[in-house]
Structure formats: C-alpha cells, structure tokens
Write a protein that binds this ligand. Structure first.
Ligand code: PLP
Length: 512
C-alpha cells in the first residue's frame, strides 16, 4: 500500500512559521552554491506547496540528494525490470519525453515504430500472419504500459467474447470464471476483481510450482472464459506446460481459450528454448502478453499484448478515436502516455537483432547456472529450473530443513541488504506448507564477475549469522521485523485485507 498514499497535513503552527519565512526572508543571491542558500537550512515542502518556489538548481540538487537514499538499481536482484540501456537509447528516450504517444496525427513516425515492434514481436511469438485475402484474419497487437495493462485487456477480451457467445445461445452470462495457478502475479488477482470474474485456482504443492495441466482442464466448465498459463512464474521462473494444456483441450474436444502470460519469458524462451512450443503455434492460444521492460530490455513503462485474430478481440472493446482528423483503433485502459518507451523498444529490436537478444539471453542462462552452482555449494536447495531451458534466468532457493539452524531466509535477506544487495525472501504460493524461499533474478547487467562477488557476500552473510548465538539471532529477527525497512506506513483502512491471496493465505507478493 505504498502508492496509495494518505493525504497528510502539517501542524498549523509549523505551517504558519513556514509561510512567514517565505514572505520575509530575502532570497540569497548565492545560487551558485546550493548549500549557501537558505533552502539548505529549511525542510523541503511536503504537505502544502510553498507560496514561492525555489531556483531550479536548488530543487534539482535537493531531490537528487534525497534520492541517493533509494536503493541502487544494479544491486536490486529482486526485479525483472530493466536497469540498463545504452546511452544512445537513453538519449532517444529522453528526447521523446514530451511526445504524447496517443497523438498519432502529430507523431506518426512514433506510431509506425510501435507497429513495427508489434510485427517483430508477433513474429517471435509465431503469430498467424496477415495474408492479403481481404478477409479479417491474422494477428494483431498493441503496446501497453506493462504486462498488467496487457493482462487486463486480454482478460476483458476473453470475458466479452464468452459473454457474446452465451448471449447468442440464450444462456446465463453472469458468472464468468478463469482458471489459473495460485502462483499468478498479483495483476491477475486485480484483473479478476476489477472485472468481476471468478478465479479458479490450481494450487501448487510442495514440489510442483507450476500449473497441473490435468487439474486445470478438469476445472473448465460452461462459465470458463479461459485458462491462464504462465511462461516464467513469478516465484520460481518455471515455464508452465502450455502445450500439455492445449493438447488436453484438443483431445477432450473442449473449446476453451488459453492466454499465455509471458511477461518474463516472452523474450527469453524464443532464444534459449526454441524447441519448446508454447505460443501461437498452439491452436488454443488466443492471446499472449510480454513485458517490454523485462527481458525486452527497455526501461519500465512498456508491455505488449497480441491476439491471434479479430475473432478473439470483440469489436465493442475497440474504440476508433478521431484524433485531430486521424481515425485510429485503440484498445487501452489509459489515453495519454509517453512515447519514449515505444521508441526505446524499437531501438533495442533493431540495434540488437535476433542475434543480439540470443547472445544476451544465452549469457544470462550461463550466468544463472554459475549462480545456481555457487548457491548449491553453499548448501541451499534449488527450487528454480536446473536445465537452462525450463524457465527464465533466475535462481530461487531455500535453506534445507534443519531444526538446528537459528535463522531463516528473511534474516539472510536482511544481512545481505546491509551490503546493498536486494535479495528478497518470500513465502510461497498457498498449499506449499508456507515454504520460504529467496529469489535472485539474473538481468542483462549481471555479469559472471558480479555473480562471484554476490556468492562471496552470501557466504560471508551466512558466516555472520552462524556466529550469532541463539538469543542474538532471535533479537535480530525480531528487530528486522519491526525496523527492517523505511517504507512509508500503509493506509490503516486498507490494512489486513482479506480478499487477496496474500490476505487469505499469507502468500507474499513478489515485487515484479
Ligand atoms: C512482471 C509480471 C507481471 C506484471 O507485469 P508488469 O509488466 O510489471 O505490469 C505479470 N505476470 C508475470 C508472470 C510477471 O512476471
């Protein structure tokens, strides 16, 4: 609940004091040195805007200074989201910051670049091609803010199509449901809640962290709008067996669409596991989402979603906007957005080419196996893929069961944090005995050398925990529980919610 922030007010006596100073203290002319101005000895505005502003160099310095307390993105091993782009890409992106992507008329080349990205990524996903037959067939796609928006759109399309079918048959269309793994990313929980779709979970077990295809297909009923299969689950990075689900549906002659959530794996599997069949080659796969800002290698703010053909994207969801004279079909939740990320994606696709992505993804696979080996040698149990082709490049691991060990994954995470590494500890999805695990995501900027440094740091962290006696460890764990972070407190009205998987089962939501 960090982002839903409660509005706070400053105590009125302080406000009064601040306004007085604003009005009476003359501006110091020594702007050349930010720290020689009066702003250096005043608190920054936090509750109400000051009457007067401040010089640009002061504002920018104050903000930059404060941001130095944020974590270092390079050490954030919790996230799939891109933390490195070449400076040429950064320059193009910052030059495009003033362009509104929705304004196709004004920025037609940007719109064309998005369409080229759609073509290229669709080809990676083996989307059916458009033949010039005059018939409305073939795949289509659009950019989104991320996979979450992509998934909301895909969910709406599945729901609407199911409803239209039910209405045409004169049947009840009020109780749609969707089938998915209980290890889904939190955006799926949001999507079902926001769009009134009942969730039917296939639960993980202690040794199966992916969806069970038979259980999934067994759950299908006349109200099922689709099955979600994940290419790269958030917890352990495993690819789910989309083909097995597809083949079972075909074998049983069940007409049920599959949506593939390839947020993390969409740009990985085509290069590192080309023989795995999970995409539009499977006839029941009707839509796929990918995050451009994960292994698509673009800074945060871009995702993609594709449909097999117009049949799977009901007309009533698509709006034709007449923007300054140009007719454009759009399907988005938001109207205006920046154009930079689309341009960044196009840069990466033409700059790297297939070979560039392939080399990067192969490097990452290799580095993640070096990391896995190092972690295994430290005595951990590996929970993520060990073959190199069964999941995205990450290492998920836990301590072996050992009653004599005094500390857990959360304590290790806290010790590593002191050195700057962000390596999260989680509680696994429900029905896995509240298993704790840690996860390290291997991103483009993580090299073998940094991997070796990290392994050494984990070793040192374990040693420092081993050296603590029972009482100290207990106190330490309690201490990090109470003082472990500097996040603003959540909104009390929304705390202890009971509707999410987190609320009902204690599953912790992994970051991204
Ligand atoms: C990251 C992720 C999402 C959410 O994607 P965003 O691009 O962060 O909105 C959804 N599903 C999976 C499997 C993910 O890894």
């Amino acid at each position: 609940m960090v982002h839903l922030s409660r509005v706070k007010r400053e105590p009125s006596h302080r406000r009064h004091h601040r306004q007085e100073r604003d009005a009476t203290v003359a501006q110091n002319p020594m702007y050349a040195n930010v720290y020689a101005t009066r702003y250096a000895s005043e608190e920054l505005p936090m509750h109400v805007m000051n009457q007067q502003g401040m010089p640009a160099e002061v504002a920018s310095r104050m903000i930059a200074d404060e941001l130095s307390l944020d974590g270092n993105p390079l050490l954030n091993m919790a996230s799939f989201v891109t933390t490195y782009m070449e400076k040429e890409a950064e320059e193009l992106m910052s030059n495009a910051m003033s362009k509104n992507f929705i304004d196709y008329e004004q920025y037609p080349q940007t719109a064309l670049m998005q369409n080229r990205c759609v073509n290229m990524i669709a080809e990676l996903l083996n989307a059916p091609q458009n033949h010039d037959t005059g018939k409305e067939e073939g795949a289509m796609g659009t950019s989104t803010v991320g996979s979450s928006e992509a998934i909301m759109l895909a969910m709406l399309a599945m729901k609407k199509r199911w409803q239209n079918k039910r209405k045409a048959e004169g049947k009840d269309w009020s109780r749609p449901n969707i089938i998915m793994n209980s290890a889904v990313q939190v955006c799926w929980e949001k999507a079902v809640r926001y769009f009134d779709v009942e969730e039917k979970y296939v639960y993980c077990t202690e040794d199966r962290f992916v969806i069970d295809p038979v259980q999934a297909v067994d759950l299908v009923d006349e109200n099922t709008i689709g099955i979600c299969a994940i290419m790269g689950t958030t917890y352990t990075g495993h690819y789910e067996d989309v083909k097995a689900i597809n083949d079972l549906l075909v074998k049983r002659n069940i007409d049920c669409p599959i949506h593939v959530d390839a947020a993390s794996g969409g740009f990985v599997a085509p290069f590192t596991a080309p023989s795995r069949v999970w995409d539009f080659r499977l006839e029941n796969v009707v839509s796929i989402n990918v995050s451009g800002h994960k292994y698509g290698l673009v800074y945060p703010g871009i995702g993609w979603v594709f449909w097999r053909s117009p049949e799977y994207l009901p007309k009533e969801l698509v709006f034709n906007v007449n923007y300054l004279g140009a007719e454009q079909a759009t399907f988005t939740l938001n109207f205006s957005k920046g154009a930079s990320n689309v341009i960044g994606q196009y840069y990466q696709l033409i700059r790297l080419g297939r070979e560039g992505y392939k080399v990067i993804m192969h490097n990452l696979t290799q580095i993640s196996s070096q990391l896995r080996k190092g972690i295994q040698d430290l005595g951990f149990i590996i929970l993520s893929d060990t073959t190199g082709t069964g999941g995205v490049p990450l290492v998920a691991f836990r301590f072996p069961d050992d009653e004599n060990r005094l500390f857990d994954e959360f304590a290790l995470s806290a010790v590593l944090r002191r050195r700057g590494w962000v390596i999260p500890a989680y509680t696994m999805a429900p029905n896995s005995s509240q298993m704790k695990l840690m996860r390290i995501v291997v991103r483009e900027d993580f090299t073998t050398h940094r991997c070796m440094l990290l392994i050494e740091d984990i070793k040192q962290a374990l040693k420092s925990l081993d050296d603590m006696d029972h009482m100290t460890v207990q106190r330490y764990i309690q201490y990090i529980g109470e003082h472990g972070h500097h996040l603003p407190p959540g909104h009390s009205f929304y705390q202890n919610e009971q509707h999410s998987l987190q609320g009902t089962t204690g599953k912790s939501h992994t970051v991204c």
